[in-house]
Design a protein around this ligand. Structure first.
Ligand code: IFM
Length: 423
């Protein structure tokens, strides 16, 4: 037997708002309309046309490219356009998409909350509204009831720390709160939302594995022996990843999430698997002259960087390290996203192959990794980057909707068909 177990999931990931098009009832639709909010002035618009019918062709293309699984999202604002009013036709459209996935022999992983909020929930304050967690729980229960028999794996929330950073600590994303207190409050609320979603899904979709997806960048000291760099790297990791992993592991909020240890009832080990989204390594340097960025700076080379966003330096070692770290929690792991901003497909072949080797190395070191989902199947609406950052194995022209597979699509197909061997 090779390194990757039989039944390993090889797929790509997408999220609802980024590919569907016409999602005009959520907070992102409104945010995109604010001048200056999207770097290239673009809008999600028709996105990749999945809602209008292109999902099936793209998923068939994924299957033809050797993929045996797909991670997709459902859009809360479609399914619950007004508080407590669920849209039966929208559930039917997702049921049709999931039936298509199944008819292709592919497994599905479905994310309930991937950054966007229905307008009615955003209007109440989003993740700083005290009722938010319970609303996610109610929504999750309804999704379980109506779609549960079609879903392989459920994900409650995608990347709480990234949403908290973009929307609550800064003004990059809605609701643009730019407040450290809101950052922490939103994280606490998302952890509670995860618990409520798990409870809702357990009631309506019993027996289906449920997980949460964490983005865990690899923060390393720029000068390995420098005490200031070491402390800064540790602190950044702790506030972005470590405190959340600790909370999921023990059920306890500790600083900076809460000043004194505080239990969140139901949180401890409230997941059947964990998803890791991994993009890169950040070299952290202590900088006494940078109080606004917590006395630290990132000094890694600008490999996956746009004018406003840095995804870090591609780092197979970091991917292995984070998988091995999460394996300490004792549940199966999935790489739920890994990829690179690279319209020219210059870096992607190497990032992809190195990434798969890094997963193999984590498995050799004892991590129970069950799948790898590349971000992304197709170019899509990259949040505040608009259409200016391209992550697809397949290029998409958002105007003509023409698809053009990049060389990486075929490289990945060979990996998928060979179950990861011989990379
Ligand atoms: O496009 C995003 C995705 O929605 C969440 N994880 C990171 C990706 C690339 O930035």
């Amino acid at each position: 037997m090779g390194t990757f177990p039989d039944g390993f999931l090889w797929g790509a990931a997408t999220s609802a708002h980024q590919v569907e098009g016409g999602n005009d009832r959520n907070d992102w639709w409104d945010w995109e309309a604010i001048p200056g909010s999207i770097v290239d002035g673009s809008r999600s618009g028709d996105a990749c046309g999945w809602w209008a019918g292109r999902a099936e062709a793209d998923l068939s293309m994924a299957a033809a490219l050797g993929q045996n699984a797909h991670r997709l999202g459902v859009e809360w604002s479609r399914l619950e356009p007004e508080e407590d009013r669920f849209d039966v036709a929208a559930f039917e459209r997702y049921a049709a998409i999931l039936d298509h996935v199944r008819s292709l022999g592919m497994a599905s992983m479905v994310t309930l909350h991937h950054f966007t909020l229905p307008r009615w929930a955003a209007a109440k304050g989003g993740w700083t509204w005290p009722g938010m967690a319970a609303r996610l729980g109610r929504f999750a229960e309804e999704c379980g009831r109506r779609l549960g028999d079609r879903v392989g794996l459920w994900v409650t929330i995608n990347e709480p720390s990234v949403l908290a950073l973009g929307g609550y600590a800064t003004r990059m994303w809605p609701p643009g709160r730019a407040s450290p207190a809101a950052y922490l409050a939103s994280l606490r609320a998302m952890l509670r939302g995860h618990v409520a979603a798990v409870q809702g899904l357990r009631r309506s979709s019993p027996g289906r594995p449920i997980g949460i997806v964490l983005n865990a960048p690899w923060f390393v000291p720029a000068r390995p022996d420098h005490p200031g760099d070491r402390a800064a790297a540790w602190l950044q990791d702790w506030s972005v990843t470590g405190a959340i992993v600790h909370a999921l592991d023990t059920g306890m909020l500790v600083p900076p999430l809460w000043p004194l240890p505080l239990e969140v009832v139901g949180l401890k080990r409230s997941f059947d698997f964990l998803g890791l989204n991994f993009y890169g390594r950040f070299d952290v340097r202590f900088d006494p002259g940078a109080p606004r960025t917590g006395f630290m700076r990132h000094v890694q080379p600008a490999t996956i960087r746009s004018d406003r966003v840095d995804w870090g330096q591609p780092s197979p070692e970091g991917l292995t390290a984070q998988l091995v770290r999460l394996s300490a929690l004792g549940v199966p792991l999935y790489v739920t996203e890994h990829g690179v901003r690279d319209a020219g497909d210059d870096l992607r072949p190497t990032v992809l192959k190195d990434g798969v080797r890094a997963v193999a190395e984590a498995i050799r070191q004892g991590a129970d990794v069950r799948g790898y989902f590349h971000w992304s199947l197709v170019d899509n609406f990259e949040w505040a980057e608009g259409w200016s950052s391209r992550f697809g194995l397949v290029e998409v022209d958002p105007v003509t909707q023409v698809r053009s597979p990049r060389p990486s699509a075929e490289i990945y197909a060979t990996i998928c068909r060979g179950n990861g061997e011989g990379v």
